[in-house]
Design a protein around this ligand. Structure first.
Ligand SMILES: NC(=O)c1ccc[n+]([C@@H]2O[C@H](COP(=O)([O-])OP(=O)(O)OC[C@H]3O[C@@H](n4cnc5c(N)ncnc54)[C@H](OP(=O)(O)O)[C@@H]3O)[C@@H](O)[C@H]2O)c1
Length: 312
């Protein structure tokens, strides 16, 4: 039987607390949910690092925020999750620039792509998942040096789809728009849970949050009419979609929790505590993905095994 979640007071934008003195890194923040998160953090006086793959797009987004919040503290950072080398450079840049990182929001993602990343991983797995895993590991020391720090992983209802390809082959493109995406989002959720477990003896929280169905560019590969219908009829506004993520990033939450919209099938609405799929909680699958991740990163020359106490 599904666990009944406790009722939560409606969390609105006006409830999002002051963030003065905090440094928040948001991946994929030039558009969609990432942009909205950057704007909301800027409005609450945080220092916002917009980690983006395209600096021109990032600059336009930064200007847009500055036109709304003239005293916003925004730092643009190059991050192309399609390349582990770029992720590594981002880790070096951020480590040199910031002694503290309070919140890392692993938000960037793509959907419906059938290419491989620079290092030859299936694109969704590489960008949505593996790049973020490396980024998180690389920033752990700075997160450890920051009191009350958090890693927020942006998940999706898609992680709970029924037929998700296994992690046994992560180097072949997958046909079918949602298959590879669902697998990458399952990996995101497993990572968030496993990280919470790995970091249980530290102060760093690992929390998962998803936006339901939110009108953004995530469906950019879909036909125009479908995009129009989805955005106008099916999806909620981005100002609602960010709420579970803002809640996870700022409220009194626990490591290992998952937040999403409270409406029908978690598609829209105010945030509530939700449950991730049974599969995401399977310890065997968690261990399989965790060791695969460590091994693949090691193969590529990024060995963070000494920072993680409970590696299998
Ligand atoms: N919107 C929804 O209904 C929905 C539902 C469930 C979960 N989510 C999750 O919400 C998060 C945000 O998605 P969104 O809806 O805001 O999508 P979006 O509007 O398409 O934004 C995605 C962001 O990721 C960036 N990105 C893509 N590839 C990248 C790469 N290689 N390196 C760095 N950044 C990259 C994009 O940059 P460019 O602009 O340069 O491409 C963009 O900034 C994702 O994790 C997604 O899975 C969204």
């Amino acid at each position: 039987m599904k666990e009944k979640e406790p009722l939560m007071k409606k969390f609105k934008i006006s409830d999002f607390k002051d963030q003065t003195g905090k440094v928040v890194v948001i991946t994929g923040s030039n558009t969609g949910l990432g942009y909205e998160l950057a704007l909301r953090f800027a409005q609450r006086s945080a220092t916002v690092v917009m980690a983006v793959r395209n600096l021109d797009k990032g600059k336009s987004a930064q200007q847009k925020i500055l036109s709304l919040v003239p005293d916003a503290k925004i730092v643009l950072q190059k991050l192309d999750l399609n390349s582990l080398e770029s992720v590594n450079q981002c880790i070096i840049d951020l480590t040199n620039q910031f002694k503290q990182i309070d919140i890392l929001i692993n938000n960037a993602a793509l959907l419906g792509i059938t290419t491989l990343t620079n290092e030859g991983y299936e694109a969704q797995f590489g960008v949505n998942y593996l790049g973020h895993a490396l980024l998180t590991f690389g920033l752990l020391d700075t997160l450890k040096n920051t009191p009350n720090s958090r890693v927020i992983t942006v998940g999706s209802n898609a992680h709970a789809k029924r037929k998700i390809p296994s992690f046994s082959d992560i180097r072949t493109p997958i046909k079918g728009t949602f298959k590879a995406y669902s697998r990458s989002k399952l990996a995101n959720t497993i990572f968030s849970l496993k990280l919470a477990d790995e970091l249980k003896d530290t102060h760093i929280l690992s929390v998962n949050a998803h936006p339901g169905l939110t009108a953004t560019d995530i469906i950019r590969k879909f036909a125009r009419l479908i995009r129009w219908i989805a955005k106008k009829i099916v999806m909620q506004d981005v100002s609602m979609g960010v709420l579970p993520i803002l809640y996870a990033a700022s409220e009194n939450v626990q490591s290992g929790q998952y937040y999403g919209p409270s409406g029908y099938k978690e598609r829209r609405g105010y945030p509530k505590l939700v449950q991730s799929s049974k599969k995401s909680k399977d310890p065997n699958l968690q261990n399989e993905l965790w060791s695969l991740t460590i091994k693949e990163l090691q193969k590529q020359g990024y060995d963070y095994s000494d920072r993680l106490p409970n590696i299998n």
